[in-house]
Design a protein around this ligand. Structure first.
Ligand code: FES
Length: 389
């Protein structure tokens, strides 16, 4: 076999650079630890990933703040580092209520910087027929240990996706993700403006009013407007947050609309937001509270649950999700996001009809064809037979 000769034509400068590179590489290799890490946890990148996405976090309630008799804020600390989050994300808590193991998501009210200082805050409001919220309000005490998954959620400001001006529409305890955003803007951690339109029935129901007022006063990027639907008090807008009020306060430049509030607010905005002719990509709803069904007179249905060959018949209201009916009845179904996204609760709808709120059907096409559902975002519209996987 003939030997081929290769030659590389380089300059003197190339030679100097090559020697420099080789010297630096040697120094870098020499500075590495003599013993390589053996456990995957010891690698820096894995440590970061684990701290950002822990499987579960054990949190201890360090403080409880009462907001009249309508809501409470819970502050949590942990022995270990808290997972970081973006303003607008939520925590999903795992609770045992009687024989039921349930999960519920609550937006984080504190700023992301507070997680770095070892604290989360959520706010829970009492709601009519609230299965989990009422349990929390009546049973969680300072010193109790609770389990939460890592922060999740997409209702966060993303400069590549959203306009730099955010018009946030909040109702009731739906203020919490926007309080977090306002705090993050004020602390210099988010570079957007916030026009916050906060709808409540009366001024007594406004949460965090003094803090919102002072944020609005001291930071020109934050503007807070209160809108009361059941009161004529002076100094407030009247009615519901709709197209007219949004137009009145929204900035002249292009803006994104973020919404978090009760089901009735979403229904109202379904007809109001199109009047603004905003591109759909600039409208974001907090998914875990968006499509709640609000039948004035809810129907009651039977759900036959097939679980490993056993059949159980449970009752379900047309105003609660199929997953909520399972949880009430003590039937454990894996669930994480409660938004239809993760697919953990995927089950087979053998027969019957369910309502899936618009925009919440995140099933794969094959699942739709073969009648699999995500019970966390389906509401019964007839008696059902459901097989849990
Ligand atoms: S809990 Fe995630 S899809 Fe149902």
């Amino acid at each position: 076999m003939s030997k081929k000769k290769f030659s590389v034509n380089g300059t003197f400068k190339d030679s100097v650079n090559t020697i420099k590179f080789l010297t630096e590489r040697k120094q870098f290799i020499d500075s590495a630890p003599a013993v390589l890490p053996t456990r995957s946890d010891d690698f820096g990148v894995n440590k970061v990933a684990k701290s950002l996405h822990p499987k579960e976090q054990k949190l201890v309630i360090s403080r409880i703040e009462e907001h009249g008799n309508i809501a409470k804020s819970y502050y949590f600390k942990s022995d270990t580092e808290l997972a970081y989050f973006k303003a607008g994300q939520y925590l999903t808590f795992k609770l045992e209520i009687g024989n039921s193991v349930v999960t519920r998501s609550y937006s984080i009210a504190s700023s992301p910087a507070s997680a770095l200082n070892g604290e989360y805050q959520i706010t829970v409001k009492r709601i009519a027929d609230g299965f989990v919220s009422d349990y929390i309000l009546d049973n969680w005490n300072v010193g109790d240990e609770v389990i939460a998954y890592a922060p999740e959620g997409n209702m966060t400001y993303c400069p590549l996706r959203d306009a730099q001006n955010i018009v946030a529409i909040a109702g009731g305890s739906g203020i919490t993700p926007f309080l977090s955003l306002a705090r993050a803007i004020d602390q210099g951690d988010e570079d957007c403006t916030l026009t916050l339109l906060y709808g409540c029935r009366t001024s007594d129901e406004i949460l965090f009013k003094s803090e919102l007022d002072s944020l609005s006063e001291r930071n020109e990027k934050i503007n807070v407007v209160y809108v009361l639907s059941h009161s004529d008090e002076d100094g407030y807008e009247k009615g519901f947050v709709g197209a007219d009020i949004i137009k009145k306060y929204a900035p002249d430049e292009i803006y994104s609309v973020f919404v978090c509030g009760p089901g009735g607010m979403y229904k109202f905005l379904e007809t109001e937001l199109p009047k603004l002719q905003i591109e759909r990509k600039y409208i974001r709803f907090e998914v875990f509270s968006s499509g709640k069904k609000v039948d004035e007179e809810p129907n009651e249905y039977n759900i036959t649950v097939i679980n490993r060959g056993n059949e159980t018949v449970i009752k379900a209201s047309s105003n609660e999700t199929v997953l909520c009916a399972f949880e009430r009845a003590g039937i454990e179904v894996p669930a994480r996001c409660h938004t239809g996204e993760c697919g953990f609760c995927r089950s087979k709808l053998v027969s019957g009809k369910v309502y899936i709120p618009e925009g919440e059907d995140k099933r794969r096409i094959a699942d739709m064809q073969f009648n699999f559902i995500h019970p966390c975002c389906c509401y019964p519209e007839s008696d059902l037979v459901v097989r849990i996987n």
